[in-house]
Write a protein that binds this ligand. Structure first.
Ligand code: NAD
Length: 484
């Protein structure tokens, strides 16, 4: 069993008598590692290290920083299999999906390294004679990167890569459910030539460690990905110092399936949008609105597709799904399914907790019909392999129901009609809409939610902006100067 140590100012800090957290493999229910519970003093030390390191890191030419990022991307790629196995072991996803995710981490760091020469200010014409207005793009300072458990590797990239290229330094706080990948990353940072203190890693609960980061006055940006509930707490805490927050929160993605869609392709995309990561993705298809003309056929085909879904331990074979991340998540999904049945919905397939060889926090791939828009299962985030379906008559009705939700992250529509697409894009009020394809974003896009799904966003040039601050300067000069 592995034991990890806090990574502060380029060094692993011996655990001594520190309290430890057990990390559990959700497929075997065994303890696989122990990580330290950082104290408030540890968090302060990590932030101080990042703060001191930023003074010189922020002054380096962006291309020099890019070279460090490329070194990190190379190290991540050399260790792709180690990262993938660590990921599957700690949070359960199938190894092939973990290999993809480990690949994204290296690619994402490389993507932002290439932004080095694109961070540029502006020269703005003044209303006054003999004046230039210069707008600088500056590093924001110290970033607290608070992460969820569902994409623990990819999220390291999302927090670290834009911050470092912008000239910021980082304190990472992974989730206690899946911290191992982040500590394996810290080992590479220690090995690399990156200056000390530029990346630090602390672990512990959100209430103590996450809170200490959010209220530390030396932190200039709290970039958090996680639940809406925790995001609200962070916003309140950060408000005391008017610290900027960038929040990527929960979702309840509607999928609108029109009569004129390409049905077989739609089935495949909806399946993939629900099953990836065992349904534990913020952008997953969470509620399905099928137009009444194809409702029966859609249900028949999607149930048949779910019937073929395989699940098992991610390191023990090739499966579509692994277990849920932990028992609490399995219980949460089960409770929501039971609530749907109690409210009158019908389980077409699945609907139970499961084990494989008597172990693991699995949930059966589940399709539920007869749902109505006001049921809890249509309004609360499920975050599991459960697909609730309802029907509608007109596009107006579907759009209204899609928008009637506290969340506003991703959404999708399946149709072959151009006018329907254009109307939907204009009227669906979500941060992201996918047309005729599965829910999954690209590095160069902009991943963001409206309503209670978040504030700010990630990826691409707009995502990079979150990690940058502007400094505007007014310069008076003498055009007739003759020199001295
Ligand atoms: P969570 O909110 O429980 O935890 C996320 C992180 O926040 C953890 O590191 C946790 O320790 C920390 N945290 C919790 N309370 C805190 C507090 N009071 N102060 C500071 N930090 C605190 O979320 P989770 O269960 O790890 O992840 C699942 C959730 O994340 C889902 O709701 C999912 O939709 C969301 N998510 C969103 C995105 C996105 O890009 N929008 C991506 C992935 C996951």
């Amino acid at each position: 069993m592995k034991t990890y140590e806090l990574f502060i100012n380029g060094e692993f800090i011996p655990n001594g008598s520190r309290e430890m957290i057990d990390v559990i493999n959700p497929a075997t229910e065994e303890v696989i590692s122990r990580v330290p519970k950082a104290t408030e003093a540890d968090v302060a030390a990590a932030v101080d290290a990042a703060y001191e390191a930023q003074k010189s890191w922020g002054k380096l030419p962006a291309m020099t920083r890019a070279n460090y990022l490329m070194e990190l991307a190379g190290l991540v790629r050399e260790n792709r299999e180690l990262f993938a196995r660590t990921n599957t072991e700690e949070m359960g996803k199938p190894l092939a999906q973990s290999m993809d995710e480990a690949g994204w981490l290296g690619d994402y760091i490389q993507y932002f390294a290439a932004m080095a020469r694109h961070i540029k200010g502006e020269i703005i014409p003044s209303d006054r004679p003999n004046e230039n207005i210069l707008l600088y793009k500056m590093p924001i300072g110290v970033v607290a990167g608070i992460m969820p458990w569902n994409f623990p590797l990819f999220l390291i990239g999302r927090k670290v890569a834009p911050a470092l290229i912008a000239g910021d330094t980082v304190v990472l706080k992974p989730s206690s459910d899946s911290p191992n990948g982040c500590y394996e990353f810290a080992k590479l940072v220690e090995k690399s030539s990156l200056p000390k203190g530029v990346i630090n890693v602390v672990t512990g609960s959100g209430a103590v460690v996450g809170d200490a980061l959010s209220k530390n006055p030396k932190v200039q940006l709290v970039s958090m990905t996680g639940s809406t509930e925790a995001g609200k707490k962070i916003m309140k805490t950060a408000a005391d110092n008017v610290t900027k927050v960038s929040l990527e929160l929960g979702g309840k993605a509607p999928v609108i399936v029109m009569n004129d869609c390409k049905l077989d392709e739609t089935i495949e995309h909806v399946y993939n949008s629900r099953i990836i990561n065992t349904g534990q993705a913020c952008n997953c298809a969470e509620r399905i609105y099928v137009q009444e003309g194809i409702y029966d056929e859609f249900v028949k085909k999607i149930v048949a597709r779910f019937a073929k879904c395989t699940y098992g331990p991610g390191l023990g074979g090739t499966f579509d799904m692994g277990p849920m991340v932990n028992k609490a998540q399995q219980e949460h999904v089960d409770e929501l399914v039971k609530s749907a049945v109690a409210e009158g919905a019908k389980i077409e397939i699945g609907g139970h907790k499961a084990t494989v060889d008597g172990k693991g926090f699995y949930y059966e791939p589940t399709v539920i019909t007869g749902c109505t828009h006001d049921m809890r299962i249509m309004r609360e985030e499920i975050f599991g392999p459960v697909l609730p379906i309802t029907t509608f008559k007109t596009l107006d009705e579907a759009i209204e129901k899609a928008n009637d939700c506290i969340y506003g992250l991703t959404s999708s529509i399946y149709t072959t009609d151009y006018d329907t697409v254009m109307r939907a894009l204009n009227e669906i009020h979500f941060g992201e809409t996918y047309v005729n394809r599965e829910h999954f974003e690209a590095f160069q896009g902009f991943h963001q939610g409206v309503r209670q799904s978040g504030l700010g966003g990630d990826d691409g040039e707009h995502g990079l902006d979150e990690f940058i601050e502007t400094h505007i300067c007014y310069i008076d000069y003498d055009l007739n100067a003759q020199g001295k």
